[in-house]
Design a protein around this ligand. Structure first.
Ligand code: NZQ
Ligand code: ZN
Length: 384
């Protein structure tokens, strides 16, 4: 196992009815900016629960944060924060609203020029406003990490940044929010969480049995509980287990002291940037190809994944790896997520555009930083 430092200060408040505790977790006297998305919180009662709980606080509302939050929209919120002397940000929504709120928190206090540099150059975030979150969509793990992913429409770029400073002070996870989620968003959440685990697990062994077994338990739970949630949205127990799986998948615990990949995510972000494909769907397209093309480097972990998660014990190493990739594709397809580029209207032309951009950027992806534009081209072309 590698050396590591681990710190996760997020207070998790989990369970039915817990949204009523928002107010008591915000410092008295705060001036709140309540951020939200396209309006789902008004239809499912979450907004009413939040407003009841924060009665007595001065509140300014900022709605309209898009899925794959736009830098352009978020900068409008930054102006409001400054003009109205906001002291606390309350995110009520899915990963996009929370990621957007993290950027607002950092950009509002950024002193070194254009806040875009936080994303484009990973300029250090020295300070940020405190954030509280009411999560309405289990998927990203944003509720218990310091990551944020933002899209700039003007330049079709989707970039991420990470900082301890933007980790929420608290996150409220009430599994009943799942009751109002459309099938598509639940499927997206299952696949996103699944691939978060894979990015931190499917690399090469460094003798880390705790991280491995935690990771495998999250994958198995997603495989078992995800379909139950899809079959019956009101199955509270399944919803609770799914929600906690998504948080555990990306709160840092399974990623300590181990190599991490993240190539599937970085390539996937390009597909979202150019074609607006939902984040999780881009992962379902890219991952099978990464598993196949990197089968030598990832061999030991691919065999371990096949055996411990999918119960694959028969055949040669190559046959078992092929079977493991097939089972993964079948799982994504079984929740209703197609895994090939033509399913989304993406052609070879986009692959050229993406590879040229990676060429200009000059960096390589993967746990060994050995995936340059040529490998990325092979990854994408094999999904045509
Ligand atoms: O905008 P509203 O009206 O709220 O509707 C949203 C949105 O249309 C809707 N929704 C959310 N909760 C709902 C609901 N509809 C009904 N009932 C509810 N309870 O769902 C739609 C999608 O929401 P969004 O927040 O975009 O989804 P998700 O949570 O999957 O977030 C995706 C974003 O997170 C980033 C992705 O790149 C993408 O931009 N990621 C963030 C990560 C992180 N911070 O660690 C890691 C991930 O890998 C990912 O990259
Ligand atoms: Zn993701």
């Amino acid at each position: 196992m590698y050396n590591f430092e681990f710190q996760n200060p997020v207070k998790i408040i989990f369970g039915k009815g817990e949204i009523s505790k928002v107010g008591e977790n915000i410092p008295v006297g705060s001036k709140i900016l309540l951020t939200y998305g396209g309006g789902s919180i008004f239809k499912n009662g979450v907004y009413d629960q939040v407003i009841t709980s924060i009665k007595g606080f001065e509140v300014v509302e900022f709605g309209g944060i898009e899925p794959n939050p736009h830098y352009e929209t978020l900068m409008k919120a930054v102006e409001i924060v400054k003009a109205q002397n906001i002291t606390f940000l309350l995110s009520v929504g899915g990963g996009s609203v929370l990621d957007g709120t993290k950027f607002i928190a950092a950009a509002a206090l950024f002193k070194n020029g254009d806040p875009w540099q936080i994303l484009s150059r990973r300029a250090p975030v020295e300070d940020a406003l405190p954030i509280g979150a009411v999560l309405t969509l289990p998927a990203t793990g944003s509720e218990m990490n310091g990551n944020s992913v933002v899209t700039r429409v003007e330049t079709t770029e989707k970039f991420s940044f990470a900082s301890l400073k933007v980790m929420p002070v608290f996150s409220i996870l009430d599994p009943e929010v799942i009751f109002s989620l459309p099938h598509k968003q639940i499927a997206n959440g299952i696949v996103d969480a699944f691939v978060h685990v894979i990015e931190q697990y499917l690399t090469f062994p460094v003798n880390s049995p705790i991280q491995d077994r935690f990771a495998e338990s999250i994958l198995i739970t997603l495989i078992e509980e995800g379909p139950k949630v899809l079959a019956n949205r009101r199955d509270y127990e399944a919803a609770a287990n799914f929600m906690w799986s998504a948080t555990m998948a990306l709160n840092g615990i399974i990623g300590v002291g181990v190599p991490q990949d993240w190539s599937t995510h970085v390539i996937g972000h390009e597909l979202t940037a150019y074609h607006g494909i939902d984040h999780a769907r881009t992962l379902a397209i890219v991952l099978p190809s990464v598993m196949n093309i990197k089968r030598e480097l990832k061999k030991d972990k691919l065999l371990q994944l096949g055996e411990r998660v999918w119960g694959i014990r028969e055949g040669s190493s190559d046959e078992r790896i092929d079977h493991t990739i097939e089972k993964t594709i079948d799982f994504f397809e079984s929740v209703g997520i197609p895994t090939k580029l033509p399913n989304y209207g993406v052609s070879a032309e986009t692959i050229d555009t993406i590879c040229n951009r990676f060429k200009r950027r000059g960096y390589k992806l993967g746990e060994k930083a050995d995936m340059g534009p040529d490998v990325i081209r092979r990854v994408l072309e094999s999904r045509l």
